[in-house]
Design a binder for this molecule. Structure first.
Ligand code: TXA
Ligand code: MG
Length: 312
């Protein structure tokens, strides 16, 4: 049997209705968020959630982020606290994920949280994601819509290349504006678990205190594993001059194959990063990457680049 092609849906009322019907039937629908495309499943449906892990080839101990429409929906699932409230008021809807204790009677499939007693939760800002959440009414579990360990998808075509035949549909609304995954904060210990779309400086300013860095020893989740976001080809970082035969991924005014931002803008570079890696991966040459400053969005950009370049 040949696998069924992905149903390409538009984010109009008919497309949203169809996406909701798939989710209700326990099927998987990839949808755009402001960060990357997510692989959505009904978070209360055991079979649907199990299919997320098998479609991605994701280890079952690595928990999923639960997407909700707003703070009220989050409070039905997570034990809310003052820090969570401050952060959600400031950054939701948006690219910030909060890790909090689960509340009893949450109704989620236990596999969503990988058996942990905490939940990672966020309210995305993308209009198509918001339409889907408000029409579906239940929480949507969604990891990034890529095979486990590979480059994250910032366009519907990336989703199709990685997951065709394995999921029902993709809600196609063009490129994701932020282009990097959400920042993940443990909102109990105020520990930064993953740098991302919201700068940690902004988070600390809103909290009025510094966040802690996660212990590098404590690897409980592949999103934090050394090798992740990886293309098939090799990568070299902080390259001033590429070697002959290498593809050069630039930043700032320079001669290169693809420039993340000729004007040296980190927001633009973040939005271009995964598309550039997808494109250069197809060429088969080693990717040499120009230095990117370790400030603001440069922090999550360098985080993703280091994991993409890490030995596998
Ligand atoms: O921007 C994003 O966050 C995207 C979009 C689709 O929302 N999602 C995303 O999901 O990046 P994923 O599965 O690729 O990364 C989720 C990360 C993983 O590193 C996972 O281990 C971590 O969140 N995570 C999930 N639940 C957790 C928990 N209870 N405690 C600590 N980390 C958790
Ligand atoms: Mg991911």
């Amino acid at each position: 049997m040949t696998p069924k092609d992905i149903d390409n849906l538009r984010p109009d009322p008919a497309g949203i209705d169809k996406a909701v019907a798939y989710l209700r039937a326990g099927d998987l629908v990839a949808f755009p968020t402001e960060t990357v495309y997510g692989l959505g499943a009904d978070a209360t449906n055991d079979e649907a959630v199990a299919t997320v892990f098998s479609a991605k080839g994701r280890p079952s101990f690595n928990p999923l982020i639960v997407h909700v429409a707003n703070i009220d929906a989050a409070r039905a699932l997570a034990k809310w606290n003052d820090a969570a409230d401050t952060l959600a008021q400031a950054f939701w809807p948006g690219p910030l994920t909060l890790v909090l204790p689960l509340v009893p009677g949450h109704g989620l499939s236990p596999q969503v949280t990988g058996g942990l007693d905490t939940i990672a939760i966020r309210a995305p800002a993308h209009p198509a994601a918001r339409s889907l959440l408000s029409a579906f009414k239940l929480p949507i579990a969604a990891p990034s819509a890529n095979p486990s360990g590979r480059i994250s998808p910032t366009q519907a075509d990336h989703v199709k290349e990685g997951l065709n035949g394995k999921i029902a549909a993709v809600l196609d609304d063009g490129p994701c504006p932020v282009g990097l995954e959400s920042t993940i904060i443990d909102a109990v210990n105020l520990t930064l678990l993953r740098p991302g779309g919201v700068n940690v400086e902004q988070i600390e300013a809103v909290l009025g205190r510094p966040t802690a860095q996660r212990q590098t020893q404590d690897i409980t989740a592949p999103g934090q594993l050394a090798s992740h976001y990886a293309p098939n080809v090799k990568m070299r970082l902080n390259v001033e001059t590429p070697n002959p035969g290498e593809a050069f991924l630039g930043f700032g005014l320079m001669d290169c194959d693809i420039n993340l931002s000729a004007k040296g803008d980190l927001t633009e570079a973040a939005s271009q990063l995964f598309e550039a890696l997808h494109l250069l991966d197809k060429e088969g040459r080693t990717i040499a990457v120009a230095p990117i400053p370790e400030v603001g969005l440069g922090i999550p950009i360098n985080d993703r680049l280091r994991r993409a370049a890490a030995p596998r």
